[in-house]
Design a protein around this ligand. Sequence first.
Ligand code: NDP
Length: 322
Amino acid sequence: MKQFQIQVAQAGGPEVLEYVEADIPTPGEGQVLVQVAAAGLNFIETYQRSGVYEVDYPFTPGTEFSGTVTELGPGVKHLKVGDRVATAEATRSYSQYAVVDAELLGKVPDSIDLRLAGALPLQGCTAHYLTHSSYMVRSKDVILTYAGAGGVGLLLTQMLKLMGATVITTASTQEKKDLAKAAGADYVVDYDQVPQTVKDVTGGAGVNAVYDGIGKDTFEMSLNALKRRGTLVLFGGASGQVPPFDLQRLNAGGSLTVTRPNLADFMTTPQERGWRLGDVFGWVAEGKIDVRIAAEYPLAEAGEAHRALEARETTGKVLLIP
Ligand code: NDP
């Protein structure tokens, strides 16, 4: 049986994402085959496509998706054909059909539309581990983050507000600023206004923590924004990777902490996965968190979706529909 999927023969720009015919894979022990309803677009796939992260070729990107189980491999007990599922931990989900370990899937609550479910697991669980585990946010913390209208940014701001923090964030256009504000951010400013805003909001003390997904362009500004013993959570490099730096900088800045976390290290057991997916889907089902799907591209146009994400043209979530 055949399907269509995206394949990359060698690292390069968005044009290397080719829409090709391929075999539908067979689920092995503990795996299921899922018909993909929506594959979420995430920055990691641009790093993999362009060669920043090493992958084996031919490579089919895709980490996050939602869909319907169509076949069970041997030994799968807790799922059945027809179940609606989603995950942040797949491989090769830029496909019409994907095989995935059953234990990596969460069931989608009946009240959540399957496409919406494809927009949530990766960025939702990322915002969850950043705020609940990487640096544990306390009520009354002042938090600086960037790209407040981005996929992670909109969810992160809403979670920070649920936890009682004051949120300072950035956005590069007025439309993006309006979205970040609507998500609950207290201060939404241009990138070059960050130092002054932090000074004004904290009376010169600095923020408790910075969540920085921009990387190269903002790293220094992030360190400078921290209060004594503050924490910088560097979780991405949308502007490029941060070069090596002198650890004495942390001493001089006031016993600062820097961490560079990765979602996979915060989804290590069924309990941890269930906690994060359960909270994220639960908050959406209860209306506590709003998910913005800003664009849906046919899977065949994955290259155009990558170009738009890297060109800062997107807001919220971008989905690829097979
Ligand atoms: P976004 O939707 O946030 O898109 C990136 C945004 O970054 C842009 O829209 C833009 O917003 C801002 N930006 C600032 N400078 C640049 C630049 N030079 N090039 C491109 N964008 C820039 O993406 P995601 O929500 O998918 O991801 C955000 C970050 O989170 C990424 O760095 C990603 O790698 C990281 N991430 C990390 C995870 C982890 O576990 N460590 C998991 C998931 C995501 P504006 O125009 O408003 O400045």
